[in-house]
Design a protein around this ligand. Structure first.
Ligand code: ADP
Length: 449
């Protein structure tokens, strides 16, 4: 087993990884920017190193400095968390190329291939995993897109090859909108991801976002840990996630799980990953693979009892998964609420600042993944998440009731938070019935406000 692991991240996910290390008897190394000198993840680590100024590009994204710190600290593994360098195949390759340091994550080749969306779509198609109808090659011209409009019918999504999080995605409803949307998807792809290739998919009007957690080891074992329902999104950003999905039949659930396993095998993928699908009218379509631990991994842990981050580390150390697919039992229900420093009454604008009161709930069925304390300052330099509240109960109805209790007793002052929005959702008939699609908040809730 590793002796000392460097966490190339900050905040709650850095602490989450350090907790797994602590339980495995591995020492931990934190890195921090000037804005994070007093952050929770720095306190939690056995040792900590400054890697530069507040802007992420000068600190948490500085590959050479991070690898240098790992060597100076004598770390024998690097875990990237999510965001920052987590899906950067070049960084993974550099870490692997450094003597004595192991990358806790998937193979660099698999990361690279799955990061190119058209390549990922071809791999899935070959593995008999249904993909959203569209192209498996980049499109070259607006005319080609108009031909696809005639073939599949509008609306179409023009998506950047390297895109994600809705960036570089343009939706077109007719021929005349194609030219402009094509150019702006190319431009955004170039600006955000350094890649101006785009491809085209049929745009589904009211799908559910369902994703499958997978774990694969270096000995040929691939398991899935069931699905997560992540349809509650605001502008393509997840807000509330849960497991299992209230909207899948047992047959569809089994089919999606097996499709995810086939896809992961076909990509020669190992470690933890997530296969994302859109589901509409009882059909499911592959969207993409996230080659990292995800924010919402917690709800899968809660319903399976499997510690995904621990397994990431064990798999990287060549250990074999000790459970079969039949051993994975989904028990009860779990929901995660992202508690962000944002003002829901003002278009969810970030509200960084001083955390005057921070008094989270506790007791039965409550898990908090966080790295803050009362008196901390929430930096404006990074994402606005303060904490993840994860609520667990025997079934969804009790989980919703417990969630109301927990959120009503979650006291934060000094900054605005998304807590009032979550409480609103817990009184919303569509969400409570589990009928919400990815369009629900943007089209129905916000317009009604
Ligand atoms: P990511 O899953 O990395 O955020 P995308 O940018 O591909 O990647 O997608 C963001 C969100 O946009 C998805 O979660 C989904 O809600 C929506 N979306 C993407 N592609 C489609 C599509 N073809 N039809 C309908 N909605 C889509």
């Amino acid at each position: 087993m590793f002796e000392k692991l460097l966490v190339a991240n900050r905040g709650e996910i850095a602490v989450r990884i350090m907790i797994a290390c602590e339980e495995l008897g591995i020492d931990t190394v934190a890195i921090y920017s000037d804005a994070d000198r007093n952050s929770g993840h720095v306190d939690y680590a056995d040792e900590a190193y400054n890697v530069g100024p507040a802007p992420a590009s000068d600190s948490y994204l500085d590959q050479a400095t991070i690898i240098d710190v790992a060597q100076r600290a004598d770390a024998d593994a690097i875990h990237p968390g999510y965001g920052f360098l987590a899906e950067n195949a070049e960084f993974a390759r550099r870490v692997r190329g450094t003597d004595g340091i192991t990358w806790v994550g998937p193979p660099s080749d698999a990361m690279e291939q799955l990061g190119e969306k058209t390549k990922a779509r071809s791999i899935m198609q070959e593995a008999d995993v249904p993909v959203v109808p569209g192209t498996t090659n980049p499109v070259e011209s607006a005319e080609e897109i108009r031909d696809l409009g005639a073939e599949y019918g509008y609306p179409l999504a023009i998506k950047a090859e390297g895109g994600g999080g809705g960036r570089g995605m343009k939706i077109v409803h007719n021929d005349s909108a194609v030219e402009k949307a094509f150019e702006s998807a190319q431009r955004e792809g170039e600006a955000y991801f350094g890649n101006d290739s785009v491809y085209v998919e049929k745009y589904l009007e009211a799908p559910k976002h369902i994703e499958v957690q997978v774990l694969a080891d270096h000995h040929g074992n691939v398991r899935h840990l069931g699905e997560r329902e992540c349809s509650l999104q605001r502008r393509h950003q997840k807000v509330i996630e849960e497991a299992p999905s209230p909207a899948l039949s047992d047959d569809l659930r089994a089919d999606i799980g097996e499709a995810a396993r086939r896809g992961v095998r076909a990509a020669d993928y190992t470690n933890a990953g997530t296969v994302e699908f859109l589901v509409e009218d009882g059909e499911f379509y592959f969207m993409e693979v996230n080659t990292r631990i995800q924010v919402e991994h917690t709800v899968s842990e809660e319903v399976t009892g499997i510690d995904i981050v621990r397994w990431q580390i064990l798999v990287a150390a060549d250990e074999e998964l000790t459970f079969d697919q039949e051993d994975v039992d989904i028990e009860g229900h779990a929901i995660e609420y992202r508690i962000n420093a944002e003002n829901p009454a003002n278009d969810f604008a970030p509200t960084p600042g001083y955390l005057e009161t921070y008094d989270p709930p506790s007791s039965i069925g409550i898990r908090l993944d966080h790295a803050v304390n009362q008196g901390d300052t929430i930096a404006g330099d990074y994402d606005s998440m303060i904490a993840k509240l994860i609520v667990r109960a025997d079934d969804r109805e009790r989980c919703l009731a417990r969630s109301r209790r927990a959120l009503e007793h979650f006291t934060v002052s000094g900054v605005n938070t998304t807590i009032p929005f979550h409480l609103l959702m817990l009184n919303d008939d569509v969400f409570v019935a589990g009928d919400h699609t990815t369009k629900y908040i943007d089209e129905d809730v916000e317009e009604a406000d």
